[in-house]
Write a protein that binds this ligand. Sequence first.
Ligand code: PLP
Length: 364
Amino acid sequence: MNTPYYLIDKARLLQNLERIAYVRKYSGSKALLALKCFATWSVFEFMRPYMDGTTSSSLNEVKLGRTRFGGETHAYSVAWADHEIEEALGHADKVIFNSISQLNRFRDRTGGIDCGLRINPGVSSSTFDLADPVRPFSRLGEGDIGRIEAVLDRINGFMIHNNCENEDFDQFSRMLDEIEERFGEHLGYVDWVSLGGGIHFTANGYPRDALCDRLRAFSERFGVQVYLEPGEATVTGSTTLEVSVVDTLFNGRHLAVVDASIEAHMLDLIIYREEADVLPNTGPHEYMICGKSCLAGDVFGTFRFEAPLKIGDRISIQDAAGYTMVKKNWFNGLAMPSIGVREIDGSTKTIREFDYTDYETSLS
Ligand SMILES: *Cc1c(COP(=O)(O)O)cnc(C)c1O
């Protein structure tokens, strides 16, 4: 397979999936894949036995979840348009409204489908304003207790999403304490509560048994079915972006240009001002690994290598699944990375290649 390509390693994915299945089993919670994080549907069949279904953030995602993953399909959107709602309901088992105005606008059209409301609990684990659902003037979910109380008879579930790659179980649990205290009366009225994504419970060393106990206690106290919506936790560490060196330069530092770009193929590195991960990142030769778009700051990061880099050398950029493939774009008309899968037996196969026609038809 020519580089660049994303490589999904099923054995590494399986480790996360087994941890998700463990938490499902011992907490009684259901787990839905958050499609906005990862939507590479060729591996959905592999993932399906370990999860209950999907949750979404748009009509397209609801359709993808229903048709490609199956199982329980939740339809959430920050705001449904009038012309979308019918079709979304046609694919959904539950619809979750982001605001009371959306709930009131569409409630009569939901028929027998479960209706939920997103609550904004006013506490979050996020430290990055851009991704903080409880930032000032947030549009994400209702926070006013009185207004929520007034629509309790129109809903049978709540969704609360206020964690972000949170590896700190104690912090998660403390925030859940606050939620219980603030919304306790209302939580008892509904049948189900989704606690959203952002709990990094598939990480090595995460106290999964404590999480299971905490979720079970929450579920029993309020008599609700708990849902989790893991995105990043599902695919973390499972996928690499495989690139090749296409040029080397020296400009006060050793530079190596590779055949991919952070702007086009790992956009979150720019958005969150992070460096990529390259392993093992040891050895005497240090290089700044640069993307091949014309953006001056298109830099994966600075890493160490055992030998001087030369043209054609291969580099694996780690953690290229979550919020990565779903955000790839055609900036600079760069070659779009293919998608490959490493099977459990170690063999690798290409599942998708992109060509000039894909680039041309992405606009018109
Ligand atoms: C983004 C999001 C998720 C997934 O979050 P991760 O951090 O990827 O686990 C789940 N639920 C909702 C409502 C979201 O917005």
